[in-house]
Ligand binder design. Structure first.
Ligand SMILES: [Zn+2]
Length: 149
């Protein structure tokens, strides 16, 4: 059902190029930043893209059934900072973003059906201190299932 769209068309303005790259230019990829925050808060035992979890979340704690997706604001259409839509190739981007959104919600649904607690952390949340971390920590305090390695 998922149709391949191919690579995105080249950015037509510096603003689009900047949103496409996200924070990469500053060498603070949001996922790396969140991992660092989790480690320094004392929760190092995560798996990355763990195959046994539905949708292979970016970060997961299998013993506690906690999954975290770290979403780039541009690609996943952040509801908080509402990145602007590229002005050209509009049809491509509409389809691309619709497919991303569909895939995102399918993964969350699959995980929740399997009893996981799912967090979505947005890139822009991570540029603003540890707000995202504060949302996740209460769940991490739940006792872990000793049967899961
Ligand atoms: Zn955002």
């Amino acid at each position: 059902m998922t149709r391949k769209l191919g690579p995105p068309p080249p950015a037509t303005s510096p603003a689009v190029s900047k949103s496409m790259k996200g924070n990469v230019a500053k060498n603070t990829h949001p996922e790396v930043r969140l991992r660092k925050l989790l480690r320094s808060a004392g929760y190092p035992g995560y798996r990355l893209h763990w195959r046994k979890a539905p949708g292979r979340p970016d970060i997961s704690y299998p013993g506690r059934k906690i999954a975290v997706f770290v979403n780039g604001c541009f690609w996943h259409r952040c509801p908080h900072c509402l990145p602007s839509m590229p002005k050209s190739n509009e049809e491509f981007w509409q389809r691309k973003f619709a497919l991303n959104a569909e895939r995102d919600s399918r993964k969350v649904r699959e995980l929740e059906l399997a009893g996981w607690k799912v967090f979505t952390v947005w890139e822009c949340e991570l540029s603003d201190g540890d707000r995202a971390l504060q949302r996740i920590i209460p769940a991490l305090e739940r006792p872990r299932d000793p049967a899961v390695p």
